[in-house]
Design a protein around this ligand. Sequence first.
Ligand SMILES: NC(=O)c1ccc[n+]([C@@H]2O[C@H](COP(=O)([O-])OP(=O)(O)OC[C@H]3O[C@@H](n4cnc5c(N)ncnc54)[C@H](OP(=O)(O)O)[C@@H]3O)[C@@H](O)[C@H]2O)c1
Length: 309
Amino acid sequence: MMLSNNKKLIAVIGATGQQGGGVVRALQAGGQFKVRALSRNPDKHRGLADEVVEADLDRPETLKAAFEGAHGVFLVTNNWEPGTDEAKQATEAIRAAKDAGVKHFIWSTLPNVEAISGGKFNVPHFTGKAKIDRIVKEAGFVHHTFVIAPFYYQNLVGALAPQKQADSSLSWALPLDPDERCIHMGDITELGNIVAGAFAHPDEAGHGEYLPLVGDFMSFNEIVDTLNRQGHDLSYKQVPKESFAGSFPGATEIAETFGYWEAHTYLGSDSSAQIALANKTAGKQPSKLSTWARVNLPVQGPMKGEKSQ
Ligand SMILES: NC(=O)c1ccc[n+]([C@@H]2O[C@H](COP(=O)([O-])OP(=O)(O)OC[C@H]3O[C@@H](n4cnc5c(N)ncnc54)[C@H](OP(=O)(O)O)[C@@H]3O)[C@@H](O)[C@H]2O)c1
């Protein structure tokens, strides 16, 4: 048995969040690596991993100690955090990891919408991440891997939860054609299985492979049908882009994102080989929406009774 002291160390940015949290848990479950959780507020998260250390991507001077002695680094940047410059943050993190002698760097990226759509759609939180891929590649790590987060199932109970209507029913009103099967989705807590698998098997997934997490590929009508079969009474109304775009901060970018999905799908191309490799690397199949929803989206009020699928 390998003594804990001899285990290689993985440093995880975003360890207190959805993506990084899943990475921490999967690495701990695997037992092969020592885990260093990184946070801007380490004192608030003591006990999260073997070590909890300060890292602030906006204060690059914190990154030297954060990555010191690490064999691997997982990086996710959070464009929704006000004031975030993802390119600057990622560039500093890649440089600091290289300087610290990190061997395996895993970057949570997204498709390059600008390239895929020939500049038709402006989706900075996708394209901005994709443009960092080249910097990771050219940094010269012994191993590097790209993971791709899907549309989180968690959005359906979070940022994109259905809204209560005047008749107290729950409904989505979005500028997305509900018949278009275009949404690569998944339980974001499972991204960690892919990341942990890639750190454990760099021979299989450490040469710049792209590993998307995809539990289901659906249209919005299929999402609604899946949930309603479990006893929900949800509906969907397509609204014009123009009326949605100004309705809340970030809505314009969401509307652009949906336009891109309709035209090209979330992943932008046939990704079946990449998805198969991601699942092999994770060592398990990702959860379907129906499985996730039974646990995480329970029916409110009296059950209408689950109908067979
Ligand atoms: N929602 C979706 O469907 C979806 C799909 C694909 C990709 N994404 C991407 O996912 C990313 C967000 O990841 P998430 O969902 O895991 O976020 P999250 O749950 O909101 O957590 C954000 C994490 O980022 C860390 N963080 C923020 N600013 C930081 C800084 N300056 N230095 C160091 N750490 C910082 C936070 O750590 P502390 O607060 O502890 O410092 C926290 O752990 C976004 O960039 C988004 O574009 C989302």
